[in-house]
Design a protein around this ligand. Structure first.
Ligand SMILES: *Cc1c(COP(=O)(O)O)cnc(C)c1O
Length: 389
């Protein structure tokens, strides 16, 4: 079925089916594929024809997942990787050489921070961190050797946003690639390519899987860009396994309905927390109190599944809140059917110094909630009970 609609693309994009006329895709658990004859083998290796050779390069399950996500992100081409982190590394390394420079939004995911500050410098790749809200800082950060800008928007866990259309214009004027980690928003809520991003990557582990079952990543962008990423991936091997691709392709079929409910529950929870006497501050992109509400509405369909708030009483109150967890889950993951609460200062961002944490909006009492798909009344009453504890 030809359609421009997100839901229909997500449900109806399918890999070729076998002779059994199966309705759901089979899982192609095979490491390699057979050649028809010497000529076909030669043509496949020469890239003259498309086809599967070996599952490190491609596999029908990864192809189905990738084709679907490319359509959903509005991208020409893409590759699937074994994790979100391998997607980040694989989307950077083809474009960065010794002596190059990368600009990164300060509030990136913990392991991304380690790649940028501990791993890239060993290859002689320099970095500059810019606070996501520091417009002048972004303009000043560009150098002659800058090759890439990497951002997460909304940021984790402070939920600050950057205007992607503005940033991509700035990147284009300096001839620099813009790489966006779209994990928090998913293509259902935000399509960075439509605002001019060159590369979009995901940890598919989060909302794309949506059920806390598997680890995966994805990188999409223009054909020429992905060709370089594919060369790097094919020869360094961060490939996604067929089973994972099958799970994630199935997950995409329900992404729109899941995200609608995640966002609806998150907004209702945020509104409840705003009225709570023991809560100092609530952050959610679609709340009237969010200073960037206008931008959020311009570049996102809905506010996302994450709510961040500050309990009164600092670190002790935060720890008591989490120790009172019973009906919800205390875990570092997010984007699950189950509501997950976490304490960034002692878990995901524990490797940062106090100053580094403050710079990305993490206080000792900051709690991050990934609103799940339980009934909203139960989520609210459980959070209320935990706050009172
Ligand atoms: C989880 C996460 C990652 C890393 O993904 P993995 O699948 O765990 O490797 C990267 N970026 C963001 C924003 C994430 O939340």
């Amino acid at each position: 079925m030809k359609s421009e609609n997100f839901e229909t693309i997500a449900v109806r994009t399918q890999a070729e089916r076998s002779g059994f006329r199966e309705h759901s895709a089979p899982i192609y658990m095979t490491s390699s594929f057979m050649f028809e004859d010497a000529e076909q083998a030669r043509a496949l290796f020469a890239d003259e024809i498309e086809g599967n050779i070996y599952s490190r390069f491609s596999n029908p399950n990864t192809t189905e997942f990738i084709q679907k996500i490319c359509k959903l992100e509005g991208a020409e081409d893409g590759i699937a990787t074994a994790s979100g982190m391998s997607a980040i590394f694989t989307s950077m390394m083809p474009f960065l050489s010794s002596g190059d420079h990368i600009i990164v939004s300060r509030s990136v995911f913990g392991s991304t921070h380690q790649i940028v500050t501990q791993i890239l410098p060993r290859w002689g790749i320099e970095y500059t961190y810019v606070d996501i809200l520091d417009t002048v800082g972004w303009e000043k950060a560009f150098r002659k050797n800058t090759k890439m800008v990497f951002v997460e928007t909304p940021s984790n866990p402070a939920l600050d946003m950057i205007d992607l259309a503005w940033l991509s214009g700035l990147c284009k004027s300096h001839n620099v690639l813009l790489n966006v980690d779209n994990c928090f928003a998913t293509p259902y809520l935000q399509k960075p390519i439509s605002f001019g991003a060159d590369i979009v990557m995901h940890s598919a582990t989060k909302f794309i899987d949506g059920q806390g079952r598997t680890i995966g990543g994805v990188i999409v962008g223009k054909k020429e860009i992905i060709a370089k990423v594919r060369f790097f991936a094919r020869h360094t091997g961060p490939s996604m396994a067929p089973m994972t691709a099958w799970i994630l392709s199935k997950s995409l079929e329900t992404l729109a309905v899941r995200m609608d409910r995640h966002c609806q529950n998150a907004l209702a929870l945020a509104r409840f927390l705003e009225t709570h006497p023991k809560v100092e501050k609530v952050i959610y992109p679609f709340l009237e109190s969010h200073p960037q509400l206008e931008l959020a509405k311009k570049q996102m369909r809905l506010g996302g599944g994450i709510v961040t708030f500050l309990v009164r009483g600092g670190i002790e109150a935060g720890r008591k809140f989490l120790d009172a967890t019973e009906g919800l889950s205390f875990s570092a993951n997010l984007g699950d059917t189950r509501t997950i609460v976490t304490h960034p200062a002692s878990t995901t961002h524990s490797k940062l110094s106090d100053e580094e944490r403050a710079a990305v909006g993490i206080h000792p009492g900051t709690i991050r909630v990934s609103a799940g798909l339980e009934h909203i009344d139960d989520i609210i009453s459980e959070i209320d009970r935990m706050i009172k504890a």
